[in-house]
Design a protein around this ligand. Structure first.
Ligand code: ADP
Ligand code: MG
Length: 227
């Protein structure tokens, strides 16, 4: 469903060229739960940004559901992204002045849906992550784990096929991390979302069906774990 062929990413830093990804080949099946591990600076976030259409490769091709990403224009790419990809980050990135419900409804402002339908879908999404009782709370009134669940509700409110998670448990205590991981597992197994997750935590990675290790811009090993 997602194929990367000889993908390279080079950043220009002043006069210096920084090769961040080198001839990367990767295939991700539809419905897969992939964990990506590796040292800081090895290119994991860069890889996620390419997969999510937030950035484009310097060379090589990325094919998602038959579509060549480098052939999409900027507006086509952003339309594709808002329909197909949900992003979850380490630091939630919620709007502090908005209630959970309004935070979750934000991505729907880019759709033609009316106000009451946006509200309804945000409610459904928050119920799915177990926060039906907290819809009117602001982020400051919620724990870290609850804020991350609001962020997950926001990521799924548009019903994307792919969830891209960059260290989703990186700022959570053990128990909240386990809760977030069980939720991601449910979204994968019950709702069929394809999940690509960067993590430093082997425990979080154990929820994935496959783990890849990155080092200095290359994929160096992989292991498939029984689900
Ligand atoms: P990771 O997520 O594995 O920690 P990143 O993908 O964030 O690694 O970064 C990989 C390398 O690319 C690092 O050396 C980083 O400094 C560099 N890098 C990332 N983004 C940029 C950018 N926009 N411009 C220049 N260098 C960058
Ligand atoms: Mg990173």
């Amino acid at each position: 469903m997602i194929t990367m062929n000889k993908v390279c990413k080079v950043y220009q830093r002043g006069a210096e060229k920084v090769r961040v990804l080198q001839d990367l080949d990767l295939e991700i099946a539809s419905g897969e739960f992939l964990a990506l591990m590796g040292p800081s600076g090895s290119g994991k976030t860069t890889l996620l940004n390419l997969l999510g259409g937030l950035d484009s490769p310097s060379a090589g091709e990325i094919v998602i559901e038959g579509k060549r990403m480098e052939q999409m224009g900027v507006s086509q790419l952003s339309a594709w992204r808002s329909r197909n990809v949900g992003f979850i980050f380490q630091f939630y990135n919620l709007m502090p002045t908005l209630t959970a419900q309004r935070n979750v409804a934000l991505p729907l402002l880019l759709t033609p849906l009316g106000r009451s339908e946006r509200k309804r879908r945000a409610e459904v999404s928050l119920s799915l992550v177990g926060l039906a009782e907290r819809m009117q709370h602001r982020p400051g009134e919620l724990s870290g784990g609850q804020q991350q669940r609001v962020a997950i509700a926001r990521a799924i409110v548009t019903d994307p096929t792919i969830l891209i998670c960059d260290e989703p448990t990186g700022d959570l205590d053990r128990e909240s991390a386990a809760e977030v991981m069980r939720l991601l597992q449910q979204l994968n197994q019950v709702h069929g979302k394809t999940i690509i997750m960067v993590t430093h935590d082997p425990k979080a990675a154990s929820y994935a069906s496959r783990t890849l290790l990155m080092d200095k811009g290359s994929l160096v090993s992989s292991s498939t774990v029984a689900a």
